[in-house]
Every structure is written in C-alpha cells, then in structure tokens.
Design a protein around this ligand. Structure first.
Ligand code: AMP
Length: 283
C-alpha cells in the first residue's frame, strides 16, 4: 500500500495508472475509520482497478465552534484497516499541502446545498466540502468516487458539483452501515457517553416511525412533526426531521408518486447525530 503526502507523490501513482488505462476510484474520508468506510472501499473495489482512500480532516467545512479540534484521529489504526482492506494508495495531505499560504479559491454551491437541512445548521459547510472534494477529484484524476448515503445531502451536493464543473468522475452512493441496534455508524459516535449511546438509536427509530405513518396515510408534515416531538421527549435537541424528495430534496407533494427520503439531525449532549432512510426500499 502506497502512502502519498504531497500532490506530486499522489500524481506519480495516478498518472502511471491512467497511462495503463487502469480505472481509479477514490473514497474521501476524515479518518477514524469504521465499518461504514470499509463498505465504501469494497464498493470502490467493485467499480475500479485501483482504490485511493483520502484521509483529511478538512478545516474549511467546520464552522467556528464546531468540533474540528476534538475530531477523532487514529492514523495508525486507519492505516492498518486500509492495508487489510486491500487499498492501493492512501492520500494523507497536511492542511498546508491542501491550503498553501495565499489559497484564495472557494467553490460556492447552491441547489441541493440550499435545501434547508444541514445547510441551515452548518452555514458554509457545503462550500468547504465542495472545494475540498473538487480538489480531491482533480488531484487524483479518479474515474469513480464513492460516498455514503449517511451524508445524503452531501452526496447530492457533490454529484451536482462534479456535473456542473465537468469533472469526469462518476459519483456513486453506498448504503448506510448500522450498529446492531440501528444506530448509523459514525466517527462521532465516539463522543457519546454510555447513557447517550443507549439512547442514540432513537433517532433511527423516529425516522422509521415517520416512514410508517406516511405509508399508512398520515401527511408527511404531520408524521415528521410527531416523530420530532417524540425525539425531543427522549432528550434530543432536534435540528430537523423532514421528509423530502430523494432526488431534489424539495418538500413532498405526494409521497405515493415520488421517491422520498426521511432525514434527521439531532444533538444528544455534545454529539450531533445525523441519519436518513428511504420511505420505501426502492426510494
Ligand atoms: P467521514 O469520514 O465521516 O467524512 O465519512 C467519509 C465517507 O464515509 C462519507 O461519504 C460518509 O457518508 C461515509 N460514511 C460515514 N459513515 C457511514 C456509514 N455508517 N455508512 C456508510 N457510509 C458512511
């Protein structure tokens, strides 16, 4: 497994692979890897010959006061997992390598980035994501990129950005990997106390309760309002819990005639959890 720490080192490998007509996949991560990340790597191996995993805690997607400094880091453990997963190259740039002195360019995203979900509670977040992901695409020259549906709005934002900027990369989504009690795996779950960890799957249960209510005829607004109230009663501070069109993130007109995603974000103590589910398997 190769480890690149500069853009030049990364390009040495990716240029050679491209010359050999090898298909390249990239899996962008912020490290502290878990089974969710490993599932993306398996999907990348299915789609490409060479798999690059990037590990970069991107400061520009954190707002002041968010958890940039506390974000879990485990580079040695990560490298061990990536070796076992058969990854070909790990791209681990420093902040200085990604954002050299004088760096002055930001990609500003709208469309799905302005859906009134994550963007309302994390202003500027998706501009930071789009900028770093565009850099990762251009640095690696990857043909395929794999993102988790865990960050569903991010997946749509990145797909739109690559399309709008004519970056020739296919952006693939992969399903959410969960703990046995339903909690979506996340590096941030490490922040949860024992008691919070016991409560945490209530977010996933609330999404499911809203889905069941919508499927049995309750209006989406009412179904999500009730699920939100239940979560608040259970001690969560809910940022949003909404049913949206799965392709556009627009509000739902008629749940029976469009693909629907139910998305939620809530804080439990100092930990912010996000999750989402499709209304039906095929959504
Ligand atoms: P992160 O390291 O949290 O920035 O996540 C890197 C990638 O892994 C993103 O595309 C996430 O959506 C994805 N991811 C994180 N958690 C999960 C999970 N539980 N299941 C599937 N994908 C995930």
């Amino acid at each position: 497994m190769e480890i690149a720490r500069t853009v030049d080192e990364l390009r040495l490998h990716s240029d050679a692979w491209r010359a050999l007509k090898r298909m390249i996949a990239i899996v962008p991560t912020m490290g502290a890897l878990h089974e969710g990340h490993l599932s993306l790597i398996r999907e990348a191996h299915r789609q490409a010959d060479e798999v690059i995993v990037s590990i970069f805690v991107n400061p520009t997607q954190f707002a002041p006061g968010e958890d940039l400094d506390a974000y879990p880091r485990d580079p040695e453990g990560d490298l061990e997992k990536l070796r076992a997963a058969g990854v070909d190259l790990v791209w681990m740039p420093s902040v200085q390598e990604m954002y050299p002195d004088g760096f002055a360019t930001t990609i500003h995203v709208e469309g799905p980035a302005k859906a009134g979900l994550e963007d309302t509670f994390r202003p500027g977040h998706f501009d930071g994501v789009a900028t770093v992901v565009a850099k990762l695409f251009l640095q690696s020259g990857a043909n395929v990129a794999v993102f988790g549906e865990k960050d569903y709005q991010q997946l749509l934002v990145v797909r739109r950005m690559a399309w709008d900027l004519d970056i020739p990369v296919k952006v693939t989504g992969a399903p959410i990997i969960r703990e046995s009690d339903g909690l979506a795996m996340s590096s941030r779950n490490a922040y949860l106390s024992e008691e919070e960890r016991r409560k945490a799957p209530a977010l996933w249960r609330a999404l499911n309760a809203a889905a069941e209510a919508i499927l049995s005829g309750t209006a989406p607004d009412q179904a999500t309002r009730e699920a939100r109230a239940d979560l608040e009663t259970a001690g969560f501070e809910v940022d949003y819990l909404e049913a949206r069109n799965a392709q556009t993130l627009a509000p739902i007109d008629d749940p029976s005639s469009e693909p629907v995603r139910i998305l939620g974000a809530a804080r439990l103590g100092r930990t912010r959890l996000i999750d989402n589910i499709p209304l039906r398997k095929e959504d």
